[in-house]
Design a protein around this ligand. Structure first.
Ligand code: NDP
Ligand code: BG6
Length: 570
């Protein structure tokens, strides 16, 4: 549950201050109803309710204005739902009395309504409950805010949208609103996605629709824009003249685990690559937006997606882990990939010829999500025989958020001890590489060494190279920048600070009406246009996955493709 020593009142003052500062306006005052549809399900329990609790703890949801409604078909009481949430939130965590009290207060804000997803009765009852809450808070009719979170299978989105539109909308337009948050998968291909968009679009305007991709809520994904566009020294480097290849990688060290039935219908490309990795890709590759307005940012994302060339068969490797089909919900003849490497190429002045290698897999050797930007070799390199590898800038999205550089540089021997003592303090792979540097000590005054570089070592180098300060996003729910040394192992740099969960900040964005980190309809369409031809070929059995061992790096062919794409192991 994390530590919490501030009172909720104190946090709420801060929250009000923050909201006014961020939006430049007075915080909205109409009472807020958050409705979690599919409240009996997995996502609601693991992500939605915990995110709401964390927002409550931080003072972003106030007892005197918010009420939370769970809605699903399962017949359970308010207390049964509350106990489920409590059980999940405190399991295996030593919660203090203060935390337990906070949790109890939060749970009292939750009410459960049971009903089906396609009948008026349930939604009329839901509307009645919401209205009673609004009346009890003396909210002026029309100024209330209603947020509907769809923690539901997409098959029921159209009927649920219709029910909300018919029975549960905010009654008029006096500063209040009705918004819906829809989860992926948004369709299975271009046609089904467009059909779903049409169905929802007939009932809700685009500013009311929040298509969530939780990768857009991750701290380091949110940092990408700041990193790229607020730091002068990245700007001249971020192009085909300097960058050889980019990898965007997602690995999980567990299989489909109880979700085999869902997964088999979608596969790794629809589950991870077409949405999560492609969103990261957009932020790495897009041009600078004219401003930070959500529409300007999303315009640039659409442009880069529309510049992606058709995927070539020889630049795709598919895999399926051995044992995937043992899941009784997966058909014996399943052709569904649990691993894929796909090379995307952008037809643009900035990126012509640079492969963007998107790789995702289940049941691999580690759990990790990262971006690796590999630079070209140094032209006319006079140190060629003394070093190996290239410069590589790594942004690790999870676990242990970090950014680090792999550099080759001169180590003055006199500083070696100091460097070593600073580096050794930190839990980072740099230590291994630095050992070889230490071995060189004593042979010469200066040695050329290869260093996987982070933390204080990076700031040391940055200082020597005279770019010791860079802009980064201040971690947390605020979108503000701070100056930092190039010291970006978050665990060390921001000790004691809990990085918010992606869902927390995205739900907060929906309450604030900020669509910057949500997927716009044309963006979604462009994303499906890239992958639909490949997906159809896989669905038709024209492309087949290779078997790989659970706990491995995936099929060997993927590493061969990486090498063919120009990646040099560094
Ligand atoms: P669940 O399968 O747990 O379904 C949520 C609830 O929806 C269930 O409790 C059930 O409630 C109802 N439901 C289930 N199947 C049907 C059906 N066929 N028809 C009508 N209602 C049904 O889903 P999750 O919670 O795992 O996921 C919800 C959404 O979030 C999905 O779109 C999923 O793709 C997405 N998502 C999930 C993630 C996760 O980690 N779970 C991660 C990212 C996205 P009841 O029977 O009580 O009405
Ligand atoms: C979900 C996928 O969208 O993202 C899951 O459906 C996957 O298959 C999950 O496990 C990964 O999210 P995270 O935040 O743990 O990387």
């Amino acid at each position: 549950m994390g530590s919490g020593c501030w009172t909720i009142e104190k946090r709420s003052n801060l929250r009000n201050e923050f909201l006014s500062r961020e939006s430049g306006s007075v915080p909205e005052t109409g009472c807020l109803s958050v409705v979690v549809l599919g409240a009996s399900g997995d996502l609601a329990k693991k992500k939605t309710f915990p995110a709401l609790f964390n927002l409550y703890r931080q003072g972003f949801l106030l007892s005197n204005e918010v009420h939370i409604f769970g809605y699903a078909r399962t017949k359970i009481s308010d207390d049964e739902l509350r106990n489920r949430i409590r059980g999940f939130l405190i399991q295996g965590k030593g919660a203090s009395d203060e935390q337990l009290e906070e949790l109890s207060k939060f749970l009292q804000l939750i009410k459960y309504v049971s009903g089906s997803y396609d009948s008026a009765e349930g939604f009329q009852l839901l509307d009645k409950e919401i209205s009673e809450h609004e009346v009890s808070k003396k909210t002026i009719e029309g100024s209330s805010r209603r947020l509907f979170y769809f923690a539901l299978p997409p098959s029921v989105y159209p009927s649920v949208c219709k029910m909300i539109k018919n029975y549960c909308m905010n009654k008029s337009d006096l500063g209040g609103w009705t918004r819906i948050v829809v989860e992926k998968p948004f369709g299975k291909d271009l046609d089904s996605s467009e059909k779903l968009s049409d169905q929802i679009g007939e009932l809700f305007e685009e500013p009311q629709i929040y298509r969530i991709d939780h990768y857009l809520g991750k701290e380091l994904v949110q940092n990408l824009l700041v990193l790229r566009f607020a730091n002068r020294f990245f700007m001249p480097l971020w192009n085909r003249d300097n960058i050889d290849n980019v990898q965007i990688v997602f690995r999980e060290d567990f299989g489909t685990e109880g979700r085999g039935g869902y997964f088999d219908e979608y596969g790794i490309i629809r589950d991870i690559i077409q949405n999560h990795l492609l969103q990261v890709f957009c932020l790495v590759a897009m041009e600078k937006p004219g401003s930070l307005k959500p529409e300007r940012i999303r315009d640039e994302k659409v442009k880069v997606l529309q510049s992606v060339l058709p995927i070539k068969d020889e630049e795709v490797v598919l895999g399926q882990y051995d044992g995937y089909k043992d899941d009784p919900t997966v058909p014996d003849n399943s052709n569904t990939p649990t691993f894929a490497t796909v090379v995307l190429r952008i037809h643009s002045e900035r990126w012509e010829g640079v492969p963007f290698i998107l790789k995702a897999g289940k049941a691999l050797n580690s759990r990790k999500a990262e971006i690796r930007v590999q630079f070209k070799d140094v032209p006319g390199d006079i140190f060629k025989c003394q070093k190996q590898g290239r410069n590589e800038f790594v942004i690790r999205l999870q676990p242990k958020e970090a950014m680090y550089m792999k550099l080759t540089f001169l180590v003055p021997e006199v500083r070696a001890e100091t460097l070593w003592s600073r580096v050794a303090k930190h839990d980072h792979p740099v230590v291994l590489d630095f050992l070889s540097c230490k071995k060189l000590k004593g042979s010469k005054l200066y040695n050329v060494v290869k260093v996987k570089c982070s933390v204080s070592l990076l700031s040391y180098i940055a200082h020597r190279l005279d770019y010791s300060l860079m802009q980064v996003k201040q971690p947390g729910l605020e979108m503000s920048t701070v100056q930092s040394e190039l010291d970006l192992s978050y665990g060390q740099r921001y000790q004691g600070l809990t990085i918010p969960e992606a869902y927390e900040r995205l739900i907060l964005d929906t309450i604030r009406g900020d669509q910057q980190h949500f997927v716009r309809r044309d963006e979604l369409k462009a994303a499906w246009e890239i992958f639909t031809p490949l997906l159809h070929r896989i669905d038709n059995g024209e492309l087949k996955p290779t078997l790989y061992q659970p706990g491995s790096r995936g099929p060997e062919e993927a590493d061969q493709l990486l090498e063919r794409s120009g990646y040099v192991q560094t």
